[in-house]
Write a protein that binds this ligand. Structure first.
Ligand SMILES: [Zn+2]
Length: 65
């Protein structure tokens, strides 16, 4: 799978030219796989944080109702 940074677009096979460039801007697309773990870590951290905030909110409610 290829990704064009300039177009901010995921490129299908037929959207990459014979030279291996993006057909819209001519930029060489990047492999998107390298950043996948980073995105996953971010998602996990966000979920944990939101879960913690929800827990705090529930605890606050229990003590104030
Ligand atoms: Zn492009």
């Amino acid at each position: 799978m290829a990704w064009c940074d300039r177009c901010d677009l995921r490129l299908e096979e037929d959207e990459v030219s014979d030279e291996g460039a993006c057909i819209y801007c001519g930029e060489e697309p990047v492999e998107h796989r390298s950043s996948a773990w980073y995105v996953k870590v971010l998602v996990v951290i966000t979920v944990i944080y939101l879960g913690y905030r929800t827990y705090q909110g529930v605890t606050w409610l229990v003590h104030h109702v």
